[in-house]
Design a protein around this ligand. Structure first.
Ligand SMILES: [Fe+2]
Length: 242
């Protein structure tokens, strides 16, 4: 594909705390280094919140503890609560997270279930796509892939930022592996590339307003550029190469 064009698809020591104290199996697996698309929760419903892999103020000043408090503590937690409530009476309740996403994506009568399951998965992936003192330029295999796929790192940054900034309304920008090349995709609302055959997500940026509005108001570009420059977790991306 034209790698420069995104594909649209359907803390401080005194208050250093890690929110989400009840680490689920998915969180434990992530902390052990299992990454997407192996970001598969081993258990079926009720699912638990992924534990954040850093303190709630560790991404400041790019993303404040206040934003994480609402984003992780309210929005992400809300999707999880909705999902578990829906699964109580759904015939997919015994399935794992990715199977629920795949099955509900193919069934228009399960749009609500898809939206909440995909948002849980997307947010798990987003928190892991960021890290304190991240950003910069990857080395090794990722650097080679970026050169081959985009020309150079600056061209990758321009394409990734354009996809994230240009996503109309709510959605996500993704760095993916397709075949032997990296691609950039964007998805609207809850949609996700994780169930698309041949597409392996490596990193994502959440561009829903709840991800940045408390810190940046309408300045989405400032949020996106700061995340790319200072927070992207290239080690996570490299693990996702498989
Ligand atoms: Fe979000």
């Amino acid at each position: 594909m034209n790698s420069g064009q995104a594909k649209p698809m359907r803390g401080g020591p005194t208050r250093r705390r890690v929110i989400g104290g009840a680490a689920g199996l998915a969180g434990a697996a992530l902390l052990a280094g299992l990454a997407a698309p192996n970001l598969v929760r081993a258990q079926s419903a009720p699912f638990s919140m992924m534990r954040l892999p850093y303190a709630d103020d560790a991404l400041s000043p790019v993303i404040s503890a206040n934003t994480i408090g609402f984003h992780y503590g309210k929005h992400h937690a809300g999707y999880l609560a909705n999902l578990n409530r829906m699964l109580e009476t759904d015939d997919l309740k015994s399935q794992g997270m990715l199977d629920i996403i795949k099955s509900s994506a193919a069934n228009p009568t399960k749009a609500g279930l898809f939206n909440n399951a995909a948002q849980v998965w997307n947010h798990d992936f987003y928190w892991n796509s960021l890290r304190p003192n991240g950003g910069g330029r990857p080395t090794g295999r990722m650097a080679e892939l970026i050169g081959r796929s985009f020309g150079d790192h600056d061209k990758f940054v321009a394409a990734f930022a354009a996809a994230a900034i240009g996503q109309f309304a709510s959605g996500w920008a993704w760095l993916c592996l397709e075949g032997d090349r990296l691609t950039i995709r964007r998805t609207g609302n809850a949609d996700t590339p994780v169930y698309v055959a041949g597409v392996r997500p490596l990193l994502t940026i959440d561009v829903w307003e709840h991800a940045y509005y408390l810190d940046y108001q309408n300045r989405r570009a400032d949020y996106v550029n700061a995340v790319i420059e200072r927070l992207l977790n290239w080690e996570f991306a490299e693990r996702n190469l498989g």
